[in-house]
Design a protein around this ligand. Sequence first.
Ligand code: FAD
Length: 368
Amino acid sequence: MEKIDLAIIGGGINGLLVAYEYSKKYPDHLVAIFEKEKYLGEHQSSRNSGVLHAGIYYPKDSLKRRLCIEGNRLWRTLAKELDAEINPCGKYVVACNDQECSELDQYYKKAKENQVYGIRWAEKSEIEKLLSYVHVKKAFFSPTTAILDVSAALKGLERVLYNKDIPILFQDEVVEINKEKDGFILKTTHEEIFTSKLVNAGGLLAVSNRKKLGLNDLEDEWVKGSYLKINRNYYTDHLIYPVPEKNLKGLGVHTSFDLQHQVRFGPNTENVEVIDYSLSEKIIEDIVPSVIKTFKGLERKDFALDYSGIRSKIKYKNQIFSDFWIKGPTCEMSHGVLNYIELCGIDSPGLTSAPAIAKYVLEMIAEM
Ligand SMILES: Cc1cc2nc3c(=O)[nH]c(=O)nc-3n(C[C@H](O)[C@H](O)[C@H](O)COP(=O)(O)OP(=O)(O)OC[C@H]3O[C@@H](n4cnc5c(N)ncnc54)[C@H](O)[C@@H]3O)c2cc1C
């Protein structure tokens, strides 16, 4: 049976970056990535808003805040290494009425407490400019929020891993995991392999993967988000976000655009139990009212269905667990399985945080 040092389940942004960081620290070790799909990043990593978040919304002591702020910074150099463009557009968070103004004040305070770089109130001239797009009474600006060309980043990672001889085994699903004394035997679609260490970066399936090890205290709480595109000329220089929804299932329907400046609105939030990315016209009815409440000059006929993604949220012992769940064998609330690290509940800002998550995982590996 073939033996390797590290097996990574999942060819999303997190699995790929863990492999990349590991190969820098342990250049002589054998690593392999198992990806059940035909292409990279078929799930969350290519079905998101592509936004590098600044770290505004998360609790101060959370991994989400810390890794988001660090990841945002790390992407600036990493994107260059991977030939992936970043549009440093920044974002306005806008309040339309008195109620939203007081909520905006709270988010501004939170952003300051979270030590988010460069947060400032919008000046009168900026509000006047914003008024041509949106109904706005008050707004703040986040200069480090940006757009990443995610597809170029994934391709760049595929290229650098190929150059380092790290195989990405496509259409090769890990179907069984057997714990051995000094590692694991993985049964996959095509082979049986022994690995000394195992990282589960399975995204939406990370919880079901850990069940193969007998770990049953997490459950999935998937939330689908769909996007609409604008089918006529529409341009905003900056991202524009409303004050977020109270329950923080999402950040509210907001603008996003790609590097070609195709503007879209979304994502909405819908609890789902199966992975199904199909879109129905009902989504237009769901999203458009909240868009035209904030954005001016748009009508229903301007919107068309675009794409959807599913956020990998989790429940721990039946309660929503809203932080990233990144656990090794010895940390707080650890699963206790030697030589095993799991990345569960990596929803937004998981793209932004990915380079910092990879470094965090490497620290855990060094301690194993
Ligand atoms: C609608 C939406 C909007 C978002 N917007 C943003 C944003 O603007 N900014 C931001 O920072 N984050 C955003 N996110 C979050 C971000 O996209 C994710 O946190 C990130 O992509 C997670 O990457 P991942 O590698 O952990 O998981 P994934 O990309 O889901 O990859 C996991 C991979 O593992 C594979 N896999 C699973 N189990 C197995 C197995 N047993 N064998 C083989 N392969 C397996 C899957 O096929 C999959 O390809 C958004 C997410 C969604 C859904």
